[in-house]
Design a protein around this ligand. Structure first.
Ligand SMILES: Nc1ncnc2c1ncn2[C@@H]1O[C@H](COP(=O)(O)OP(=O)(O)O)[C@@H](O)[C@H]1O
Ligand SMILES: [Mg+2]
Length: 315
C-alpha cells in the first residue's frame, strides 16, 4: 500500500492491522485515530489520500464484472428463492426481507445463520453469524431443530452464532458501532437485524418526529452498508408492513414500513406473504441486479425448503 506523504511506519502499522486502500477510504478519522492511535489530522489525511488514490484508478466494467462474480452468496435453502436472488443472499449489500406477521422472515434469518457456516461448495461462506434481535424472538431451540434435520454439528452451529439484543434504537446504534472489531475477531460473514423496523416504529411516533426518525434510519442504514462493503459480509434486515389504502402494489393492500428514505437503501428488497399451509411466496420487488420475480417456498420443521414435508399436507 502506498500513500504519498504519509509516514512509512504508519502505513506499515495500518497494513498490519489489516487495512487496505479500500477499507481506509471508507473508514472514519475518529475510528482510525481511536483504534490505531493515529493523530486525528493525520488520520484525516490518510483517508483523503486513500480516497483520492482509488478515485484516479477507475475500474473497467469488465473488472467490475470480475469482482462481482467473486462475491459470496449464502443459500436460503430454497433453490427457487436462491434463483430469484441470483444465487442467494449476497455479500457487500443490504437485503431487506419485508412481510407480515408469521410470513417467515425470522425463519429465513435463522436458516441463513446456519447456512453461512457451511463450506462454499454447499452454499455457505465458511463464516459465522451475528444476529441483532430487537423483538426477542431469537430461538436457539429452533436453530437446533433446523440444524439437526440437516445432520450438522449442532453445538458448533450454536457456538458460531453471536446475538446482540437491542432494546431500543440507541442500543441498536451502539451494537452496530461495536461491530467493526467484532466482525473481524469472530469471522462474521452474515449480519442479521431482526427486525430493523420495530423500535423506529414504536419510539418515533407522530408527524413531528418523522424527520428525526428518517435521519436516524438513514444513519443506521448507511452504517450497515459500510459494514457490508468494508468487511465483505452479507447484511439481512427484516422490515414490517403497513396498510396501504391507496395502492395495491404487492399483491396485498400492504407495503413495507419505514417509508421513502429507507426504500432506496437495500440493494435487494424481498416481500414475503403467507400462502396455503406452510407455503410462502417471496417477491423480489426492487433489485439493482435481478428482474422482479416470485418464488414459492416452504417453512417447515426442517426450516426453509423447496418442498413441504408429507406431514405439511395435512395441516
Ligand atoms: N418449529 C417449526 N416447525 C414448523 N414451522 C415453524 C416452526 N417454527 C416456526 N414455523 C413457521 O414459521 C412461522 C413463523 O415465521 P416467522 O419467521 O417467525 O415470522 P415473522 O415473519 O413474523 O418473523 C410460523 O407461523 C410457522 O408457520
Ligand atoms: Mg419475526
Amino acid at each position: 500500500m502506498q500513500l504519498r506523504g504519509i509516514d512509512k511506519d504508519i502505513i506499515a502499522k495500518l497494513e498490519e492491522a489489516g487495512y487496505t486502500l479500500e477499507s481506509l477510504a471508507i473508514s472514519s478519522s475518529e475510528e482510525l485515530s481511536d483504534k490505531e492511535d493515529i493523530e486525528s489530522e493525520i488520520a484525516k489525511k490518510i483517508i483523503e489520500k486513500a480516497q483520492a488514490s482509488l478515485g484516479i484508478q477507475p475500474i473497467s466494467a469488465m473488472k467490475f464484472l470480475e469482482l462481482e462474480s467473486k462475491r459470496g452468496r449464502i443459500t436460503t435453502s430454497s433453490n427457487e428463492l436462491d434463483s430469484v436472488l441470483g444465487g442467494g443472499i449476497w455479500t457487500q449489500e443490504l437485503t431487506e426481507i419485508a412481510g407480515g406477521f408469521g410470513s417467515g422472515k425470522t425463519q429465513l434469518c435463522f436458516q441463513l445463520c446456519i447456512n453461512v457456516q457451511l463450506p462454499e461448495d454447499e452454499g455457505g461462506l465458511n463464516g459465522n453469524a451475528f444476529f441483532i434481535d430487537t423483538e426477542r424472538t431469537f430461538s436457539p431451540r429452533r436453530i437446533v431443530e433446523m440444524a439437526s434435520y440437516r445432520e450438522l454439528d449442532v453445538e458448533k452451529i450454536l457456538n458460531n452464532i453471536y446475538i446482540g439484543s437491542a432494546l431500543n434504537t440507541n442500543h441498536l446504534f451502539s451494537i452496530i458501532e461495536q461491530l467493526d472489531s467484532i466482525i473481524e475477531e469472530k469471522n462474521i460473514r452474515l449480519l442479521v437485524v431482526d427486525s430493523f423496523a420495530s423500535h423506529f416504529r414504536s419510539e418515533y411516533i407522530g408527524k413531528k418526529r418523522l424527520v428525526e426518525r428518517q435521519q436516524r434510519i438513514m444513519q443506521i442504514a448507511e452504517k450497515l452498508i459500510v459494514l457490508a462493503v468494508k468487511h465483505d459480509i452479507a447484511v439481512a434486515v427484516t422490515n414490517q408492513i403497513i396498510a396501504n389504502v391507496d395502492e395495491f402494489l404487492f399483491g396485498s393492500p400492504e407495503e413495507p414500513a419505514l417509508g421513502f428514505a429507507w426504500a432506496h437503501r437495500p440493494q435487494q428488497r424481498l416481500f414475503f406473504r403467507k400462502s396455503r399451509g406452510s407455503s410462502r411466496i417471496a417477491r423480489l420487488f426492487d433489485s439493482s441486479r435481478m428482474p422482479e420475480r416470485e418464488a414459492l417456498f416452504y417453512v417447515t420443521e426442517r426450516g426453509i425448503t423447496d418442498a413441504p414435508l408429507p406431514s405439511d399436507f395435512y395441516e
